[in-house]
Ligand binder design. Structure first.
Ligand SMILES: [Cu+2]
Length: 473
């Protein structure tokens, strides 16, 4: 409906200099309205000319709005032009929502089951509402309020599915820091710890994960983003154990909206364990690791792409039973950044179009350029790798290095330059991952030097998925 609504207004403003009558005729024609003649008589240059002609009827239209999934029900409301609109909004969905009108009126964020009353005032022209929780509007939570009988014509209920075409008011984000600016800032702050400790001997692991959605991460001197976190950082802590270990997770929601957990390392029904909990609530999530791997975990509250892109993801390493000791073990969790307004959360339109501004190993672009990993010639190094996405592929490569051992999603594809069948002297140049895939690679460096590790999807390497390894004698 925004198309029908904004079309005549914009056209009218553009053509103001040509005279009001011409403008409004054009406006109506452009809007596809059938009553152009009627409108042409209106002598008013305002962009909302037609709506000001509507007289108050003194009557009130009451509507009840609910929520199903990521849609308002109903999502289109007809109001006789000139009537006052009174909305009873009940959040009939399973996570928090609100209803904001274009006028700025809002119900505020409502818990599941809660209701609020909204007096939308006298409706003289088509207008709209939406849910302002991050990503929800882009997922289709829009409400069309159609002023039946208003000059210019009330749009008929056409497509109201949300999506990119409705995002003209969503910030497109400005000021993406340059690589140099990102590196300069990364040099001033501690890097996310890349080295991972071996699995403990405990058979039961107890963790509390606190969800928050208000932590600001500076990317450069001038640009920051709000990250959504488990335990205050993104990625969330890397957990580790062995096959057969039990993980006892307590999720505490200290955020402002619903959050949840999905552990790929667990093999359990998602209904209860993965449910979204409200701010202030806690949830116990217990699983026993039955299979080795580096497993993604993430918030699975809709829209998941938004919760993951804002940082709510981490890894659980479950050691294969035949894992060999090495000199260094690092974990790299790759994530994409889709910058919204400066200081704000990720831009849902960019997420939906899968065009990240930046990509990072362990949450901050270029941080291991600023703080290189340090190893010695001949030492055996293992990189645990996971692509947390939410959307793009990762092709992990070390410039100047070759992997002689590769463990990919459940098993070795290469051991010491061979595989399970043939010790044929093979090597590997990249470790490819789609979102939520992972494994590890091993290598040793034969000569001292500065090696770089990159996403060999080169544009994403240049956008931050890039780090250094200093190899010395
Ligand atoms: Cu979340």
């Amino acid at each position: 409906m925004s198309e029908e609504n904004t079309g005549p207004s914009r056209a009218a403003m553009v053509f103001t200099g040509l005279g009001a009558v011409v403008a409004l005729v054009l406006a109506s024609v452009l809007a596809g309205g059938s009553n152009a003649t009627q409108n042409s008589a209106v002598g008013n240059t305002s962009g909302v000319a037609s709506s000001t002609q509507v007289k108050e009827t003194g009557e009130t239209t009451h509507v009840e709005i609910g929520v199903q999934g990521m849609s308002f029900t109903p999502s289109v409301v007809h109001v006789p032009a000139g009537n006052r609109l009174h909305i009873t909004f009940t959040n009939t969905a399973e996570q928090r929502h609100d209803l904001v009108l274009a006028s700025g009126q809002t119900t505020g964020s409502l818990a599941p089951g809660a209701s609020a009353e909204l007096d939308a005032g006298v409706i003289t022209a088509n207008t709209e509402g939406w849910c302002s929780l991050p990503g929800h509007r882009e997922m289709g939570m829009t409400l069309s309020i159609l002023a039946d009988g208003a000059p210019g014509g009330s749009a008929s209920a056409g497509s109201h599915s949300g999506g990119a075409s409705h995002n003209h008011e969503v910030a497109t984000g400005t000021g993406i820091p340059t690589a140099d600016q990102l590196r300069a800032y990364a040099a001033k702050v501690d890097p996310y710890p890349a080295e991972v400790a071996p699995a403990s001997e405990e058979k039961d692991h107890y963790y509390t994960l606190v969800a928050r959605d208000d932590i600001v991460q500076n990317l450069s001197e001038d640009v920051s983003r709000t990250v959504w976190t488990f335990n205050g950082n993104t990625p969330a802590p890397t957990l580790r154990g062995k096959i057969g270990d039990t993980f006892h997770i307590t999720l505490k929601n200290e955020g402002t909206m619903g959050h949840s957990l999905d552990f790929h390392a667990g093999d359990i029904a998602p209904d209860e364990a993965m449910k979204t909990i409200d701010p202030g609530q806690t949830l116990e999530y217990t699983f026993t690791a039955k299979a080795a791997g580096i497993w993604m975990y993430h918030c699975s509250t809709h829209p998941m792409s938004m919760h993951i892109a804002n940082g709510m993801t981490g890894a659980v390493i479950i050691d294969p039973s035949d894992l060999r000791p090495v000199d260094h073990e690092y974990a790299m969790v790759a994530t994409e950044l889709y910058l919204g307004d400066n200081g704000g959360t990720a831009n849902a339109t960019k997420i939906a179009s899968m065009m990240p501004d930046l990509q990072a190993f362990n949450g901050r672009p270029f941080q291991y350029d600023a703080h290189p990993l340090k190893v010695k010639v001949g030492e055996r190094v293992r990189f645990w790798l996971m692509d947390s996405g939410p959307n793009t592929a990762m092709s992990f490569h070390i410039v100047g290095g070759q992997f002689d051992t590769v463990w990919d999603e459940g098993g070795y594809t290469l051991i010491d330059g061979g595989n399970a069948i043939s010790r044929g002297g093979g090597g590997s140049q990249t470790f490819p991952m789609l979102p939520a895939q992972g494994g590890f690679v091993e290598l040793s460096f034969k000569e001292p030097g500065t090696y770089t590790f990159v996403n060999h999807v080169m544009s994403l390497s240049e956008a931050g998925a890039h780090g250094k390894i200093e190899v010395t004698n």
